[in-house]
Design a protein around this ligand. Structure first.
Ligand code: GDP
Ligand code: MG
Length: 180
């Protein structure tokens, strides 16, 4: 139904990654409305993103993090590292340091959430900046294999693969829920 998932905790997706890699730009393409209460707590900005995937509508609660709210949340029990039921880890293909940070975030997640089998998608964003690419698609893919997560390259500016990214997230969440 239309309200499918609105109140279901397992639809909370957290975006992680270095400043400037394009997290807010990616979520801006699908966000519908902002959760004021969460924004006021400033732990993360929370958006509703509703997608029709395989003939079924699902609303994700997407939490967009940044440096400020990550620092603020790091000591608290409601850190984005603990809150998410699924994660999108973003780096920029034009910024090798952000690629290395993505690996660190994956390791941190594994440490924080050891026993859980959490859906994670590694995202190489800014593929439109062809001439300033520093991380190849092969490197991204290999990293995802090592870290046992899905991988996709996107361009928020061209809106390339962004739909596919969020659809992939919905499918992964559904698979876990169904215990497949
Ligand atoms: P955040 O700090 O991770 O939330 O990154 P933002 O979404 O604020 O984006 C940082 C900057 O990168 C902004 O100037 C965006 O316009 C730009 N940006 C984001 N995604 C892309 C992309 O796919 N391609 C290009 N060329 N620029 C992008
Ligand atoms: Mg941002």
């Amino acid at each position: 139904g239309v309200s499918d998932g609105r109140n279901e905790a397992h639809l909370r997706v957290v975006l992680l990654g270095d400043p400037g890699v394009g997290k807010s730009s990616l979520v801006a393409i699908f966000r519908r409305e902002q959760d004021r209460e969460a924004a006021e707590q400033q732990l993360a900005e929370v958006f509703d993103c509703t997608l029709m995937v395989d003939g079924k509508e699902t609303t994700l609660l997407v939490m967009d993090t940044d440096e400020r709210n990550m620092k603020k949340a790091i000591e608290s029990s409601d850190s984005p590292m603990r809150l998410g039921n699924a994660y999108i880890i973003v780096y920029s293909v034009t910024d090798r340091a952000s690629f290395e940070s993505a690996s660190e975030l994956r390791i941190q997640l594994r440490r924080t959430r050891q026993a859980e089998n959490i859906p994670i998608i590694l995202v190489g964003n800014k593929t439109d900046l062809v001439r300033s690419r520093e991380v190849s698609v092969e490197e991204g893919r290999a990293c995802a294999v090592v870290f046992d997560c899905k991988f996709i390259e996107t361009s928020a500016v061209l809106q390339h693969n962004v739909q596919e990214l969020f659809e992939g997230m919905v499918r992964q969440i559904r698979l876990r829920r169904e215990g497949a």
